[in-house]
Design a protein around this ligand. Structure first.
Ligand SMILES: Nc1ncnc2c1ncn2[C@@H]1O[C@H](COP(=O)(O)OP(=O)(O)OP(=O)(O)O)[C@@H](O)[C@H]1O
Ligand SMILES: [Mg+2]
Length: 296
């Protein structure tokens, strides 16, 4: 890889260099078909399940995204790393309907989508687990798993009187947790406020995985967790991948990223600086790209 000694001193906004992609996945700045067919790796030949092309998002005079592209391929864990303010959260918010980009395109399974709010992305199968978890501490595990999607009793009780099928939800919750290998959480009647941070994260991930999601997005899932709990969450991410659900993982934790990611999107100055892999690049390389000391 080329090291640009002056890179670190480059003024903000000097990121006009075309995107580099270390494994040859198409850069998003070129015609997609030409670039994709020229790409040598198997992953680049597949259709991305989720694709962002040249997203721009400004907040007044602050540029959050400056032509950011991203591809998520079926069955992979894609980590998104970058310095503070690089635009990671803004990029993810655009993909999950929490922000609407000023320019650019988002494609899901080959179809152009225009998410106006988080529910739009959810309806399309993109589940997001935010760091400040959207769970209700006073409700039990099963109720949290089904929050907003409660199962109703069969017949008139459910259809007219909206009576929830608590037994059914608890059974299904147990099945889901078991399928994900979450063994510490077999009692689904425990209020979530009594759970540890890692167990809460596990509930949130299980919730995301339980409803036929096409894509799961995790924003800093291990930031507040201890070693054991972090490992549990990393294991869950692997479980999702095994189930065929691709994952986008935003994290500042390099060992976690290098442990679990198939590919790593490096965001810098509002756009993708490179896409690398744990096989081709070291953590030091990744940090160098993040800070502009190196290109992909
Ligand atoms: N709602 C907002 N209003 C104004 N500026 C914003 C807003 N959201 C993001 N920004 C700005 O956009 C840029 C990108 O922010 P973003 O939160 O996406 O960065 P990040 O990569 O997630 O950083 P961090 O690692 O600190 O979470 C920053 O300069 C930030 O100040
Ligand atoms: Mg952020």
């Amino acid at each position: 890889m080329t090291i640009d000694d002056q890179g670190a001193q480059r003024p903000a906004g000097a990121g006009e260099a075309p995107e580099a992609s270390a494994i040859g996945a198409f850069s998003g700045e070129q015609a997609p078909d030409a670039a994709a067919s020229a790409a040598p790796t198997a992953v680049a030949e597949r259709e991305p399940i989720l694709r962002a092309r040249r997203l721009v998002k400004t907040f007044g005079r602050v540029v959050g995204l400056d032509g950011a592209s991203l591809e998520l391929y079926p069955g992979e864990v894609l980590a998104v790393i970058g310095d503070n303010g690089a635009g990671k959260s803004t990029l993810i918010k655009c993909l999950t309907g929490a922000e609407v980009p000023d320019e650019g395109e988002i494609w899901l399974e080959g179809k152009r989508v225009n998410f106006k709010r988080p529910q739009d992305a959810r309806d399309a199968g993109i589940e997001t687990v935010y760091q400040n978890l959207a769970i209700s501490p006073a409700l039990d595990v099963a109720a949290n798993l089904f929050l907003g999607r409660e199962l109703r009793k069969k017949g008139i009780l459910g259809s007219v009187f909206r009576v929830v099928d608590q037994k059914g939800m608890r059974q299904r919750a147990r099945d889901e947790l078991r399928a994900l290998g979450i063994s510490t959480l077999q009692d689904v009647t425990v209020p979530v406020e009594n759970l540890s941070g890692g167990q809460r994260q596990a509930v949130a991930v299980a919730r995301a995985a339980a409803f036929g999601s096409r894509v799961v997005v995790l924003d800093e899932p291990t930031a507040a967790l201890g070693v054991r709990e972090s490992n549990q969450v990393l294991e869950l991410i692997r479980q999702l991948r095994e189930r065929g659900i691709p994952v986008i993982l935003i994290s500042h934790n390099m060992p976690h990223v290098f442990d679990v990611a198939d590919r790593i999107h490096v965001q810098r100055l509002g756009k993708r600086a490179a896409t690398i892999t744990p096989q081709t690049h070291s953590m030091t390389d990744a940090v160098a790209i993040m800070t502009g000391a190196a290109t992909g």
